[in-house]
Design a protein around this ligand. Sequence first.
Ligand code: NDP
Length: 326
Amino acid sequence: MSSTSKHVILVTGGTGLIGSAIKHVIETEAPNSRFGKHDGEEWIFARSSEGDLRDPVATRELFAKYKPTHVIHLAALVGGLFKNMKYKLTFLRENTLINDNILHTSYETHVVKLISCLSTCVFPDKVEYPLDENKIHLGPPHESNFGYAHAKRMVDVSNHAYHEEFGCNFTSAIPTNVFGPADNFDLEDSHVIPGLIHKCYLAKKNGTPFVVSGTGKPLRQFIYSYDLAKLFIWQLREYNEIEPIILSVGENEEISIKEVADSIVKAVGFQGDYKFDTSRSDGQFRKPASNAKLLRLIGNFEFTPFDKALDETVKWFLDNYHNART
Ligand code: NDP
């Protein structure tokens, strides 16, 4: 991005976990530093009440209001496994509508660069590990969330088509499991870290056991939302490919659900009975993703140590319990 002309960066889904992390980083890093706000930049963090992006007219109105030159597209219908399994068509259709509206309106309004957010669920169910950027289309995604996965996958196809037919600079990012302040801490429909933080908090408060679903053995890569935010800002300013890029900690930083639960117990200060409900399903044992491309292109980047990031997340949850999504 050149520092002379004015840039308006629209972040869709700007109030969510990742959007609010980008806002935090842009506002707290030193101005004109690698991740801080640059002179000539205006950042807009849109919420759904400003415009329902499933609706093409509302999407055009949002773009007409802010006239973005750059877009980070995070808005999506998201949900846990149960919701994904139950509402496959809704996930496919609503996300397809949102993505088509954002891509096509970006094309129509001559947006200079658009980054859309995919997810590792775009990868084939049966594939050789580690996952990397060349393996997205090698087979069908896992059947449990194929609606959501296909809608996300098609963004990569569309990015290439917009580039080839119209020369658009549309690309995408693939984060692994994200956690941090402002996450969804709902007990039923959240990701593993916020769900366990909430459960552990309630166990401490009510003097009941802290029960973790499954054996605790599966391994996952977790990225702190504030680190991911920096990677999005880097991608916006410095990454010049249409091809997606995986934004993640390294494969060697996979941690088990038991290690996650141990850290949560420590961070929450829980001293009661703590156990695993092995009658509950574990899901996939591991699905490591390679961050080799990211490390090759970004040069120096320091990820926040997991325990520090978790402590900050727990602190945010305790400080914001009454306003958090629970
Ligand atoms: P959140 O649920 O925290 O935020 C979702 C955002 O999308 C909210 O700001 C919401 O707005 C907005 N949104 C939803 N539907 C619409 C709509 N119809 N019109 C306009 N805005 C809408 O999600 P995350 O921050 O976790 O996720 C952001 C992106 O990252 C998503 O694309 C997701 O697929 C992807 N991702 C997330 C991962 C994770 O672990 N969290 C992992 C990999 C990818 P509002 O709140 O105002 O209603």
